[in-house]
Write a protein that binds this ligand. Sequence first.
Ligand code: ADP
Ligand code: MG
Length: 261
Amino acid sequence: MTGVFRLASLPIATKPLVSLRDVRVVLGGQPILRGVTANIAPGRITALIGLNGSGKTTLLRTLVNEYPHTGTIEFHCGHDHSQPYPEAIGYVPQRLTLDARLPLTVRDFLALTLSRRPLFLGISRATAEKSRRILERVGAADCLDVPVEGLSGGQLQRVLLALALEPQPELLLLDEPAAGIDFRDQRKFYDLIATINRETKVTVLMVSHDLNMVRTYAHEVMCLRHGAIQCQGAPEEVLTPTNLALVFGAEMQTLGAQYRD
Ligand SMILES: Nc1ncnc2c1ncn2[C@@H]1O[C@H](COP(=O)(O)OP(=O)(O)O)[C@@H](O)[C@H]1O
Ligand SMILES: [Mg+2]
């Protein structure tokens, strides 16, 4: 087991949006995060990679305060705010816990989520307008009258992304956002994330298993191994044969052949 290391060329010029120091999480009596220390750069797309079970989802859920942790998580947000905590964190989970068999249209689903008004009172004009607007932003306006169960993987992810972007978050957490999407639509989805990042400057932390997409879209890569950061840096510094062998095992080494150690 090699120790945690940071790559040489990584002085972060601006203050990180989030800094984690020795973050530890125990679930079911098992240490899951074992001292995560990392900085998440503001306004950039950071990809979080690592084997299944390495703690990626646990790390995202810890950032939205769902799991108790030790160590420190500091947010350095741009707004004037008494709490050093983001106004909003958008979160698209790895799996939809909503029962997709619910006989709801996307219009109903958004109305339920965006307003406190019971659905039997009907959808207010303001909520209907907001639903249409947030779907348009992610190129899914045509989904409004589709039953949730009838959405394709790509459409469902766009609807969930639309919700995660309302209200405008400072940090957007995406847990394997393209996992349920047809191969040919995956690139379009990542293009959408890149556009949103560029236009709104939202900081994105995204779990992905697709190293080609990570190379194309991420500005930074963080590798988790056994609940700790193995390495962090620009894709060309991190996705090298040696690092990939350390993070994923020797059989993944060839995927890093594009970059030199
Ligand atoms: N609520 C929980 N209770 C106990 N163990 C958990 C819980 N959630 C996750 N784990 C365990 O934590 C480890 C990391 O899980 P997870 O964060 O989902 O990994 P990843 O997203 O990298 O695949 C796994 O071994 C998983 O079984
Ligand atoms: Mg996961």
